[in-house]
Design a protein around this ligand. Structure first.
Ligand code: GLP
Length: 266
């Protein structure tokens, strides 16, 4: 796997067999964010052959803050090397939103990583939410991921209905990169970026599929906060199936699950 693991700081919790020792629990969300940032920095510093897969959402905000702090503390030479070598693909983007639109993932990435780290915007790739033909854009984006050799380390959050990226239930493990319709639950969860109004959340998105996500060499699934306790409990206990898209990750040998105590219902 290439990333150093540490034993879970909460030893009383027994992870399911499919996770083996690839499971970490942190009492405080800030420590979880620092740990994920540490793993991302290790990946970036190793000059990976494949690009990073990045996610957006509230879970990632403290992670990216911690990553920016870590990277800006590097020597100018090392920071320059990371800036020059940066290659990433985001999971998804809303249909109808572009990089200047509030609520778009492109703007979120610009605010959280591109500008603070002085990255070339073209190195941080996302699907084009403004493309005239979203299905054609999904095919183009999938081809770009393929041409880059697939994803190396894929960072993932967990949707409160079990989605990863915008792979809404029901979803099989071979789902391709495509345009999708968002569920009412997802639009409601994501409304916070749209003045709290679910009807202002775009109805559709372009997302990498389980095909690309499961094709990554390694996957870091990050789950934080008590609002995710119910869905995380299902993920830890249920066998893989279409009603819980994240459950397909269970078969991935490079899955690493990092959670905080609140997400475990503690
Ligand atoms: C969103 C995004 C996912 C994200 C997940 C969790 O809808 N499409 O990439 O990881 O749902 O979001 P949050 O971290 O805000 O709970």
């Amino acid at each position: 796997m290439g990333c150093s693991l540490r034993l879970p700081p909460v030893p009383s919790l027994a992870p399911p067999a499919w996770l083996a020792d690839r499971f970490e629990v942190f009492e405080r969300p800030s420590r979880l964010a620092e740990r994920v940032a540490e793993l991302l920095e290790q990946e970036l510093s190793a000059a990976p052959a494949r690009p990073l897969g990045l996610a957006t959402g509230r879970t990632m905000e403290p992670v990216y803050d911690a990553l920016v702090q870590r990277l800006l503390a590097l020597s100018p030479q090392r920071l320059k090397a990371l800036q020059v070598g940066w290659r990433s693909f985001n999971l998804d983007e809303y249909i109808g939103l572009g990089p200047t639109d509030s609520g778009s993932f492109a703007l979120e990435m610009s605010r959280q990583l591109v500008r603070p780290l002085g990255l070339e915007p073209g190195c941080v790739r996302l699907p084009d939410g403004l493309a005239e033909d979203p299905s054609a854009e999904a095919s183009r984006y999938a081809a770009a991921v393929r041409a880059a050799g697939g994803i190396g380390l894929q960072l993932l959050g967990l949707g409160s209905n079990g989605h990863v990226g915008f792979n809404e239930p029901p979803c099989g493990p071979e789902a391709p990169c495509r345009s999708v319709e968002l569920s009412a639950a997802t639009r409601s969860h994501n409304a916070v970026a749209f003045a709290g109004n679910p009807s202002r959340v775009p109805a559709g998105a372009i997302t990498l599929g389980l095909e690309q996500i499961l094709g990554a060499e390694r996957i870091l699934l990050v789950v934080s906060g008590s609002a995710k306790a119910g869905i995380l409990a299902r993920l830890l206990r249920e066998p893989p199936g279409p009603s819980l898209p994240a459950s397909w990750l269970q078969g991935h040998p490079g899955l690493h699950l990092i959670v905080d105590r609140a997400a475990l219902g503690g």
